[in-house]
Design a protein. Structure first.
Length: 155
């Protein structure tokens, strides 16, 4: 994980600069700048559109009483795409556009959910009592924390 962070912080900006210079040599300075601005503008509108779509799916899943884990992964992919679009450069823009594509997000969602499903325990509080869906393992302590009602509340 440390190497991934170092590569993103140190190596990626150097690669971005190299690619920008190479593209600048091939097509010129103004077309390179215009291309970077155009990609950022199109990417920003895609982030907004896809973000609104995922938010709508998220709220619909909540209203149906479903677990919105797929929508959360999609939202994180869109957030990462927005961060990549914020950084100037062609490599980060390609990564961002790739993360904005629904098939790519579906693959990322499957990978993340497959890896995390065995570690998740969902406890939902309902008016009839808690519903526990154990997909992983519960904590070993099984401690129950009981909270006293606030003053003035009826039981």
């Amino acid at each position: 994980m440390f190497l991934l962070i170092v590569s993103l912080v140190v190596v990626l900006p150097l690669l971005e600069l190299y690619v920008i210079v190479q593209v600048g040599h091939q097509v010129g300075l103004l077309p390179t700048i215009a291309l970077l601005i155009a990609i950022s503008a199109v990417g920003t509108s895609l982030v907004k559109r896809e973000g609104m779509r995922v938010y709508k799916d998220f709220t619909e899943a909540i209203q149906r009483g479903e677990e919105p884990s797929k929508q959360i992964v999609h939202g994180v992919c869109i957030l990462a795409a927005g961060v990549f679009l914020f950084a100037p450069g062609f490599i980060s823009d390609v990564l961002a556009i790739t993360l904005l594509l629904p098939p790519t997000r579906a693959i990322a969602s499957k990978l993340v959910l497959r890896r995390s499903r065995s570690k998740i325990t969902v406890i939902r509080a309902t008016h009839t009592g808690p519903i526990v869906e154990t997909k992983g393992t519960l904590a070993a302590s099984f401690d129950v924390i009981d909270v006293d009602p606030r003053e003035g509340e009826n039981n």
